[in-house]
Design a protein around this ligand. Structure first.
Ligand SMILES: [Zn+2]
Ligand SMILES: [Zn+2]
Length: 483
């Protein structure tokens, strides 16, 4: 049990040390769409509605966000404009990413106390802070459509997410909490906003305009943070097509706490974070219905899918479909990655589907290392992957002498065939391979590699096909060891 705890802890998001890891909150309202709470475009706090609604300053700052009502909601007090959203924009996401961490966009609870704050009266900082050496965690700006914008540079201090292929065609991707965010200025929002409104606000309260001045004139000299005093006499930033892309730091005052602007909303993940999938390219995004999403990606020119659905009880169901059409399902209720709660609760919160009970570390490793076959079907010839026999040695080693012998492996093959061949025709059909509830060590491999094991493509794995493949793996492994 202790080992399991450690395992789970070791794959929980490391919330304090990465630009893509966000502190996880306890908010249960993650999947409540922010626009379900009312139709008023402008909610007001701590002041009489007429008084604040007429405040031209607030009106002008809120104008960009109003353009995306009801997806985005605003309210204000004397100091801040509060912006609520679920960070799910109205455009396709993830398409075009060639350096993918296998995260997907999930609605985030940026509402109520966890809303974004834009200072109504930005103040120039005595010591302006550059984003070249600070703020690698969390957001530095908020797009008009309620999507946060992170530093274009990752927390290694040098990787440009845009140039590294990590961003989709809109300049966004999902972080470790499956939280969608941009890393460059969202110029595409000008289709809705026109050129006279800011596309985003930096978290110091200064607006970020597009590539031209709001009146359409050419932008004159910018400072190191992409900002200047505009034609109207006020400071603002501009988007650029090259680094820093948006505000390259903060002309105005912000609190820098633990490497991020403080305070700011917390993203909430529902599952342990995933790993990079080398050579994957995301080619399509679909929303089959209001609560379902589908990401298609290719790996060696073969299509794979991550399909996921927000369930009514707040869980998220993931269906991973590999190139052969095999589906593996995982369901997460989010409790396993809550910031609070005991370890016991985290452990119980994980609710992986019965059909896949392989050890967690194996799943993680497969996601990380399966460079050819997708997250569910690692190539047995991939040298980066731990060989199946090594990964399952403890289970197959019947006499527990610490070594898997050839006879032990042959016995395991026989047992697998006997168990999976439910109609006793001395072979495993596709249906038999997909059957649930089979916990034999080889069962997962047989299911995930059906077509490769079925050498003569007669849609059955014969006893010879099964033993040939495993014994070849065994012998090759033995040769490697002897070298
Ligand atoms: Zn990011
Ligand atoms: Zn300007």
């Amino acid at each position: 049990m202790t080992r399991l705890f450690l395992l789970i802890l070791s794959i929980l998001p490391i919330v304090s040390s990465s630009s893509h890891s966000h502190p996880v909150g306890d908010d249960e309202s993650i999947f409540h769409h922010s626009h379900s709470s009312g139709t008023q475009p402008f909610l007001l706090a701590q002041a009489s509605p007429t008084e604040r609604r007429d405040d031209p300053n607030i009106q002008s700052i809120a104008a960009s966000f109003h353009a995306f009502h009801p997806l985005v909601q605003t309210r204000a007090d004397n100091n801040f404009l509060y912006v609520e959203s679920n960070s799910m924009p109205e455009h396709p996401m993830m398409v075009g990413i060639t350096a993918w961490q296998q995260q997907v966009p999930l609605p985030q609870p940026y509402t109520g106390d966890n809303a974004w704050r834009i200072p109504l009266a930005p103040k120039p900082a005595a010591n302006p802070l550059s984003a070249k050496s600070n703020f690698f965690r969390g957001a530095i700006a908020l797009a008009a459509n309620g999507v946060p914008i992170f530093n274009p540079i990752k927390n290694d201090g040098k990787t440009d997410t845009f140039l590294a292929g990590e961003l989709d065609e809109y300049g966004g991707h999902s972080g470790r909490a499956d939280d969608y965010h941009y890393h460059i200025a969202p110029l595409h929002l000008q289709e809705t906003l026109g050129k006279s409104l800011p596309v985003a606000y930096a978290l110091d309260g200064y607006p970020i305009y597009g590539l031209e001045e709001p009146d359409g004139s050419k932008v004159e000299k910018l400072d190191a943070f992409n900002g200047h005093i505009g034609p109207d006499g006020d400071y603002h930033y501009h988007a650029t097509k090259t680094y820093p892309y948006l505000n390259g730091g903060f002309h105005g005052e912000v609190e820098n706490r633990d490497g991020q602007v403080h305070p700011q909303p917390r993203a909430k993940g529902v599952r342990p974070y995933t790993r990079p999938l080398r050579r994957a390219k995301i080619i399509a995004w679909e929303e089959p219905n209001e609560q379902s999403y589908s990401i298609e990606y290719t790996l060696n020119r073969k299509s794979h899918f991550v399909n996921y659905t927000l369930l009514d009880n707040g869980s998220v169901r993931f269906d991973f479909v590999d190139a052969q059409g095999n589906t593996t399902t995982e369901t997460y209720d989010g409790k396993s990655v809550r910031g609070g709660g005991s370890r016991e609760e985290r452990n119980n919160g994980r609710n992986r589907d019965r059909q896949d009970r392989r050890p967690r570390d194996e799943l993680e490793r497969q996601r990380a290392d399966s460079s050819d076959r997708g997250p569910r079907g690692p190539d047995p010839n991939d040298p980066n992957r731990k060989p199946w026999i090594e990964a399952h040695a403890a289970e197959v080693d019947a006499d527990k002498d610490g070594e898997v012998s050839r006879p032990e492996l042959i016995a395991e093959i026989a047992k697998t065939l006997q168990t999976m061949d439910t109609n006793s025709d001395k072979s495993i059909s596709k249906e038999e391979a997909q059957a649930r509830g089979n916990r034999l060590p080889m069962a997962g491999f047989v299911k995930g590699h059906f077509d490769e094991l079925d050498k003569n493509s007669d849609t059955k794995i014969s006893s010879k096909e099964l033993s040939d493949s495993f014994l070849r793996m065994y012998d090759r492994q033995g040769q490697k060891k002897r070298k």
